[in-house]
Design a protein around this ligand. Structure first.
Ligand SMILES: NC(=O)c1ccc[n+]([C@@H]2O[C@H](COP(=O)([O-])OP(=O)(O)OC[C@H]3O[C@@H](n4cnc5c(N)ncnc54)[C@H](O)[C@@H]3O)[C@@H](O)[C@H]2O)c1
Length: 244
């Protein structure tokens, strides 16, 4: 058990990729904090972690609320004494042609996908720096590295995650803390089916499923038992034992 005795926090772990990561980490021996805005799905994932023989806490957490993020980190340390790993998974998407991007969409996407990642990291870093160890893994996206006609703001948020990962890694290498991000292609989840409806069918006139199946970089579905999710691979792999 590579992560026996370790404590991981996974944001947005109520469903799909976040849930898969939480369960994978539990399978590797970690106790898991499910930091999810949706109470019911958060509780459900926590119960699944417990069924795998690990401790779990479901903390209702909105990553756009700094008070929630402080409470997430403080409660984890108060209850379990340590934070070894933060997985910044919570994220949202909104499709729009450039002319139709609203200020509200811009603010919301940046708040969840970029500001949420930064302040969740800041909240756990206070404890990690004191402990002189820690691991932060964030879900960026291929969208942060390429142009996409109807995902402009989403792409910006993911480019921000890539940038802040580099800076966090540099800023905290000397503290014994690693920061990495992963850039998945398409994973079949609620988010991507929403993109298929909004962008594929709604904006591009494609048939249902066509946007996803045309997959610019196809990955397996988040529920697949056979695959290790990227973050957990990072958490356990030899490269991750070195500072980034
Ligand atoms: N699905 C893909 O193809 C894909 C590709 C690349 C990157 N990603 C990234 O992976 C991550 C997970 O994606 P997914 O496809 O599983 O998405 P999803 O929409 O299926 O799940 C997202 C989860 O985050 C939670 N969440 C949303 N807003 C939140 C908030 N403010 N605070 C806390 N939790 C919140 C949701 O309740 C949900 O449980 C996201 O960051 C996404 O951008 C997904």
């Amino acid at each position: 058990m590579e992560l026996q005795g370790q404590t991981a926090i996974v944001t947005g772990a109520g469903r799909n990729i976040g849930r898969a990561i939480a369960l994978e980490l539990a399978g590797m021996g970690a106790d898991v904090v499910v930091a999810e805005v949706d109470r019911a799905t958060g509780e459900r994932t926590a119960e699944e972690v417990r069924k795998r023989g690990r401790r779990a806490m479901a903390l209702q957490t909105d990553v756009t609320r700094l008070a929630d993020l402080q409470a997430m980190a403080d409660r984890t340390v108060a209850e379990w004494g340590r934070i070894d790993l933060l997985v910044n998974n919570a994220g949202i998407h909104k499709s729009a042609h450039t002319a139709d991007v609203t200020e509200a969409d811009w603010d919301r996407l940046l708040a969840v996908n970029a500001k949420g990642v930064f302040f969740a990291s800041q909240a756990v870093l206070r404890h990690m720096v004191a402990a002189k160890r820690g691991n932060i893994i964030s879900l960026a996206s291929m969208a942060g590295k390429m142009g996409l006609k109807t995902s402009l703001v989403y792409g910006i948020t993911k480019a921000a995650v890539i940038s802040m990962t580099r800076s966090l890694a540099l800023a905290h290498a000397a503290d014994g803390i690693r920061a990495n991000c992963v850039c998945p292609g398409i994973v079949e989840t609620d988010m991507i089916f929403q993109v298929d409806r909004e962008a594929g069918e709604g904006l591009m006139g494609l048939k249902s499923g066509e946007y996803v199946s045309s997959g610019w970089s196809r990955s397996r579905s988040a529920g697949s038992r056979s695959r290790r999710t990227w973050p957990t691979w990072w958490a356990s792999s030899p490269p991750a034992s070195r500072p980034t």
